[in-house]
Design a protein. Structure first.
Length: 119
């Protein structure tokens, strides 16, 4: 087991479909245990925070490595084997996997033994 855990989080605004975003996550990552928390926005609108924590995540890591042809563009964290990746939420809803550097993202925190795509 090279993938220790992955934490996935996404903020879903009132103008977005909660179910569509959750479906997009599950379409790419597979069946995930997702916890949804509801917060209130500035104008009283609902804002959802969906999070998932997966241990023993080699299959999920294999999907990421395949989607990025073995070169996942993740940032290294301070700890050994710690990586951060931001995926375009709107692209994921269309079935595309793209790393981005803006705010409307699916955030991943990945802890591995070694590199992401090689043991």
């Amino acid at each position: 087991m090279r993938c220790r855990y992955v934490e996935i989080s996404v903020i879903i605004h009132a103008t977005e479909s909660l179910e569509r975003v959750l479906e997009a996550l599950r379409n790419f990552f597979g069946p995930l245990p997702i916890v949804v928390e509801v917060y209130e926005g500035h104008h009283g609108n609902p804002i959802y925070l969906a999070t998932s924590y997966v241990e023993g995540c080699d299959g999920l890591l294999d999907k990421l490595c395949a989607a990025f042809s073995g070169e996942v563009p993740a940032s290294r964290g301070e700890g050994e084997g710690l990586y951060y990746l931001r995926l375009d939420k709107q692209a994921l809803a269309r079935g595309q996997v793209r790393a981005v550097d803006h705010d409307d993202v699916v955030r991943l925190k990945i802890r591995t033994k070694g590199d992401l795509c090689t043991g």
